[in-house]
Design a protein around this ligand. Structure first.
Ligand code: UFG
Length: 333
């Protein structure tokens, strides 16, 4: 199949493109490299034994990729490109709506004009907002609590309306829980610019000695050890879910949302201990105040993904920590 992957040089995108190439799909990556290293596509080609075509272009600027898109004539689009830092979105919501909503609309218009009607969209469990029950199934109300989450939900709703108007559209909104880990080769992984926002890259930096201490944001939540519980999913399992979703768009029509998580939750302190044992390093930490906007527990009910796509997560906490650590070490050597 011929697949356009926007944001294909980013963290989740690069792992997904690796699996697509290995599965025999032809890939056109459209990425502006705003949050990706220049050498990622070469690394992906090294892992897959095949290359994707790479176009440096911005999804918000149709003239920068319309011709390449038309020439490539994709059967499907997997749409990752977007901004994803919650605090940044609160500080500059218009920029988040411009890129995440405006960019998606521009891309969908181009798909519409080129008869491309298969879509997998990179959404987030953040669309659920503060969960009223866990595990969270897809029928849980969507009430995102920040502009980043709202931008993701708006795009999901745009896709749903598009599907209502065009019954040839087959689209899956994948709601990711907390992606962590790296490719087992340690050649690609998560390499955020600046200070990491997320727990796992921060822990990796502390284990590596690049940062001194972890700050644990609150230990007074209603969880077994008082720290926040999340459904961490290995990025290779997440990439595999995209392969399954791509296949599902070939046999299903309409628009559906699917959770992508493991159904298992770990607290911040459990993550710290698991990473200490994977790395053999100690992770010093201080407990500080809660981070505004955080919830106590976020946990997926992944049953629907298994029922609809025959997909479920296979990798556990040990593999997540092992692979994140191998990638972090490799970055500095
Ligand atoms: N945490 C710390 N210290 C840190 C960073 C995080 O204690 O330095 C804690 C948080 O309080 C939370 C847990 O670690 O309890 C996980 O935090 P992350 O920032 O790694 O992840 P979040 O669950 O807050 O958010 C992530 C993504 C969002 C996405 C959401 C989906 O960052 O983009 O999952 O549920 F929307």
């Amino acid at each position: 199949m011929r697949v356009v992957v926007t944001g294909g040089a980013g963290y989740i995108g690069s792992h997904t493109v690796t699996l697509f190439l290995q599965a025999g799909h032809d890939v056109l990556i459209i990425d502006n490299f705003a949050n990706a290293a220049e050498d990622v596509p070469d690394r992906v080609a090294g892992l897959a034994g095949r290359e994707a075509i790479v176009l440096r272009a911005d999804i918000t600027q149709p003239e920068s990729y319309l011709k390449a898109f038309e020439d490539f004539a994709p059967d499907a689009v997997v749409h990752f490109a977007g901004l994803k830092a919650v605090a940044e979105a609160v500080a500059d919501p218009l920029e988040y709506y411009r890129v995440n909503v405006g960019g998606s609309l521009t891309l969908f218009r181009i798909m519409q004009g080129t008869e491309c009607r298969r879509l997998v969209f990179s959404s987030s469990a953040t669309v659920y907002g503060d969960p009223e029950r866990v595990p969270i199934d897809e029928g849980h109300p969507c009430r995102p609590t920040n502009p980043y989450g709202r931008s993701k939900l708006m795009v999901e709703e745009i896709v749903e309306d598009w599907g209502r108007s065009d019954d040839s559209l087959a689209a899956i909104n994948l709601r990711y829980f907390n992606p962590v880990g790296a490719h087992p080769s340690a050649r690609i992984g998560e390499a955020p610019n600046g200070v990491p926002n997320n727990l796992m890259p921060y822990i990796s930096d502390v284990a590596q000695g690049r940062r001194e201490r972890l700050q644990v944001f609150g230990d007074d939540y209603g969880t077994p050890d008082g720290t926040g519980v999340r459904d961490y999913i290995h990025v290779m399992d997440l990439a595999d879910a995209h392969l399954a979703a791509l296949e599902l768009t070939g046999r299903a029509s309409g628009v559906e949302a699917l959770n992508v998580g493991t159904g298992e939750g770990y607290s911040v302190l459990e993550m710290v201990r698991a990473f200490e044992s994977a790395s053999g390093r100690s992770i010093p930490y201080d407990v500080v105040a809660r981070r505004p906007g955080d919830v106590a527990i976020s946990l997926a009910d992944p049953a629907m993904a298994e029922a609809r796509m025959g997909w479920k997560a296979n990798l556990g906490l040990d593999e997540m920590c092992r692979d994140a650590w191998a990638f972090t070490r490799g970055r500095n050597t």
